[in-house]
Write a protein that binds this ligand. Sequence first.
Ligand code: ITT
Length: 195
Amino acid sequence: MKKEILLATNNKHKLEEYRSLLFPLGFLVYSPADLNLDIEVDETGSTYRENAYLKAKALAAVSPFPVIADDSGLEVDALNHIPGVHTSRYAQKYGGYPQAMANIIKELEHKQDRSAEFICCICYLQNKDAKPLYFEGICKGHILFEPVGEQGFGYDPIFHCEEGNCDFGTASKEIKNQYSHRGIASRKLKLFLIL
Ligand code: ITT
């Protein structure tokens, strides 16, 4: 029988990625909408951990199942690691992902160093009173000179992944999951869940 888990997110791409990462291990991953739950959490933390905890805690208070939340972001080294923990808000500020990506490319125009990383922090709460557990993943790469492809979501079209030697904008779901920050963090979570 499958074990059930709730993913505290409104991001359908994250949901899809967690479903494909955890289903083969015997986990059914629900979204808040699947359980008729509403999630609007103010991400007031200053770290990925704090924000992941805020999201997990809000849902654990009303969830019949263990909860995971994912806070993630893109950090561009030569730009003082922006957008970082504000990655989602950065896109809103510039009027959408195409504009935000164009802005990052422009900011890097005269920089030699195009290195960047995607960061993912998962917070796991067994129930509302449980101690939070954290699982983290970092995916190193660099920012491309122009967006490519239509795979993935968010900032994927401008990210080249070093370890996989692939562009996330054109990589298949399987390849992205193998190398991504979320894939790395999920494999740590998986080890914990199956032990
Ligand atoms: P939830 O808080 O509801 O989970 P969100 O999209 O707001 O959804 P975050 O606060 O964690 O999630 O913001 C992370 C942002 O970082 C996300 O919106 C993307 O823009 C970007 N991001 C995270 N992982 C990414 C990935 O695998 N590929 C491309 N962009 C990613």
